[in-house]
Design a binder for this molecule. Structure first.
Ligand SMILES: CC(C)(COP(=O)(O)OP(=O)(O)OC[C@H]1O[C@@H](n2cnc3c(N)ncnc32)[C@H](O)[C@@H]1OP(=O)(O)O)[C@@H](O)C(=O)NCCC(=O)NCCS
Length: 182
């Protein structure tokens, strides 16, 4: 993954720094993920439910750094992580032209345009690579903010995984969405 570092002026005037993660970010990233997990029922884990410890997260970040088909972005406001975004492609040649993405924003920073900025950067990254034809994602049925954002970016609904999410014993479908680049 190429090193990435850009500052955006948000519509409320705040500066958002988007940059690639370093291994030294591991602890703060886990704190962020354990917090955002509890802020909605939209992720695959809940409050304090992130599955890696600091050492494992550092190892994961090393792999991310070495993967040319991957872009991971951390969003910072005043030095604190407020968002995260990730896109990657499989290594297998027959499916390497597909990418999958995932994003999150800390709740107190929703509706400021951070999700949109991240989507633009992730999509721009794979467009620049020039080999990706399809970006896929999955979103919990009943997450209108995310679905609106993805539709705004050109994603279309292509299917459903029935009862994919088990949120405290309540089952929700996962809506599958694709963006076709050519
Ligand atoms: C989904 C999420 C990433 C959106 O992030 P965000 O920073 O609030 O997104 P933005 O401010 O860029 O808003 C993006 C678009 O979503 C739509 N949107 C956002 N909130 C909306 C709302 N309450 N009602 C209608 N549309 C809304 C709008 O189209 C908006 O575009 P606009 O601001 O140009 O009108 C954020 O809500 C989040 O992290 N949620 C929890 C985790 C999650 O759901 N991740 C996605 C898992 S698939």
């Amino acid at each position: 993954m190429a090193a990435y570092n850009k500052t955006y002026k948000l519509r409320n005037g705040m500066d958002l720094l988007l940059r690639s993660p370093e291994e030294s970010d591991a602890e703060q990233m886990i704190g962020y993920l354990n917090t955002v997990g509890g802020e909605s029922d939209n992720l695959t884990f809940g409050k304090n439910g992130f599955h890696l410890n600091v050492e494992q997260e550092r190892e994961y970040l090393k792999k991310v750094k070495a993967a040319p088909n991957t872009l991971m972005l951390l969003g910072f406001i005043d030095g604190n992580i407020v968002s995260m975004a990730h896109i990657d492609s499989p290594e297998k040649a027959r499916i390497a032209h597909n990418s999958e993405l995932a994003i999150s924003v800390k709740k107190e920073y929703w509706h400021m345009g951070i999700g949109s900025v991240q989507m633009t950067e992730l999509i721009g990254f794979v467009k620049n690579r020039g080999t990706v034809r399809n970006i896929s994602l999955g979103v919990r049925d009943g997450n209108p903010n995310a679905i609106k954002l993805y539709e705004k970016c050109g994603f279309v609904k292509v299917g459903v995984h029935k009862n994919f999410f088990n949120i405290d014993g309540n089952f929700f479908d996962e809506i599958l969405m694709d963006l076709y680049l050519n």
